[in-house]
Ligand binder design. Sequence first.
Ligand code: ADP
Length: 472
Amino acid sequence: MIVNSIRWRLQIWHGLLLVIVLCGFGLTAYRVAYDAQWRRIDRELTQKVESIFRPPNQQFRPPPRPNGDPQDFRRAFRDLLQERILAEVNQPNGTYVVYWPGDGPQQSRSPGSPGEVPRPEKPEPLRRGPGPPGFYGERSRADLREVFVYLPGGDCLLAGRSVAPDLAFLQRLLLTLVAAGCGVLALGLAGGWWLASRAIQPIEAISETAVRIAAGDLSQRIGVEETESELGRLAAVLNSTFARLEASFTHQARFTSDASHELRTPISVILTQTQSALARERPASEYREALEACQRAAQRMRRLTESLLELSRMDAGEEVVKRDRFDMSRVARDSVELVRPLAEARGIQIICDLPTVECAGNSERIGQVALNLLTNAVHFNREGGEVRIATHTENGSACLAVRDTGEGIPSTDVPHIFERFYRVDKSRSRIQGRTGLGLAICKAVVDAHGGSIDVATEPGIGSTFTVKLPRG
Ligand code: ADP
C-alpha cells in the first residue's frame, strides 16, 4: 500500500502539520484584521457622536440656563443639538447622525441619513462612554454600523455609516490569505517531497544493493554521496560489512577448493596403486611397494585432515588458550631437540641463544609454533647451512626469532605465506608432502594469544621469523 511507504507517511504528516499551521495562522491574522476594522469603525462613530456635543477645538458648554426654568434649558439644549446635526453635510464615508429627544418621536437627522432609522434600545448592560455623560451602545443593521449614546434625560443621539467598503476589504483580505496559504502549502509540500526523496534515497540504494547481494552478486556496494549523514554512515558500515562478507566467502571458497585439491592427490595415489596391484597377479615385493605407497598417501591425508581440523577448531574459537606462565626458552629448547636429527641429516648446524623469557599462554601450542618454524628453517635451508634460534624481550613482549641461511622468500610471496595452502614453490612442496598449512596454524595460534608473527627475508641470504607474545 502506498501509505505504508515512508516517503508518503512523511509527506502526509508534513502536509497535515502545514495545513494546521497555515489555517491557524490565516484565521488568527483574519480575526485580528476583522476586529481591528470594527474597532476602528466604532471609534470613528464614537468620535462623531462626541463631536456633536463638543465640536473640534471647542469645549462642551451647555447653553445658558435662561431664568432657571428647566424646560427652557432643555429646549435650548435640543435646539443647539439640532442645529449642529443639520450642519452635518457631506460627511466622509457617508456618516449620518440622528437625534431622538426624550421619549418622543424621531426629531431630527443629518442630511444624507437613510430613510428609516429605528430608535435603538437603551444599551444593556449600561456602559459609560469616553465622551459626554451617557450610556453608549452599538449595533449592526444590514451593511450599516451605528453607535449611539443615551443621555440622562432619555435623549438618544446616534451616528452610523455603511460598512460595505470595509466588508469588501475584509473579503479581499480573506481571499489573499487563502491564496497565499495555498501557495505556501504547495511550496511546502513540494519541498517536503524533495527532502523526503533525498533522505530516503540511501535507503532505496541500500535495499536495491541488498537485493542484488541476496541474488548472489557479492561484489555490489551501496553508492552513497553523503557520508556524513546518519544514513550515509550506515551505508558506509554496510559497505565495509559486505566487503568483509565477500572476502570471507571468497576465502572460504578458496579454502574448500584447496582442501579438496590437496586431498585429491593422495586419494588418486591410493586408487592408482590399488587398481594396478589388482589388475593381475604380482610378486609379493610389488604388492608391498603398492601398500607402502598407499600408506604414505594415507599418512599425508591424515596430516592434512589433522591440520584442517586444528585450524577449523581455532576458527570456531574452540581452542581455548590456557594462560599458564612458562619459560619460552625451555619450550624452544625442546623443539630444537625434536628437529635436531633432521638438521643433522642435512648437515645443518642449530645455534641456540636462549636466555630465560617468561611469558603467558599455552606452552604446548607455542612449542608447536617453534617446531613448525624450526622445521621450515631446516627444510628450506641449504645443505650445511645454519639455523639460529633466540629468545629475548622487546617493549614488554616475549620474542622468539628463528633465522636460517636458506634461499629466502621472494618479496611478491611474502604477503601470502601465512595464508592457508600457500606455497612458494607449489609443485616441489607438494611432492615433498608439505601441506602449506604450517605457517597458517602458527599465525592462528599466535593470534589466539594476542601476539604477532612476522617475517624478514633477503633472497639468497635467508629468512627470520619472529613471534611476539604478551608477557602478562
Ligand atoms: P609448508 O607445509 O608447505 O612448509 P608452510 O605454511 O609452513 O607450509 O609454509 C608456506 C610456504 O612458505 C612454504 O611452502 C615455503 O615456500 C615458504 N617458507 C616457509 N618457511 C620458509 C623459510 N624458512 N624459508 C623459505 N621459505 C619458507
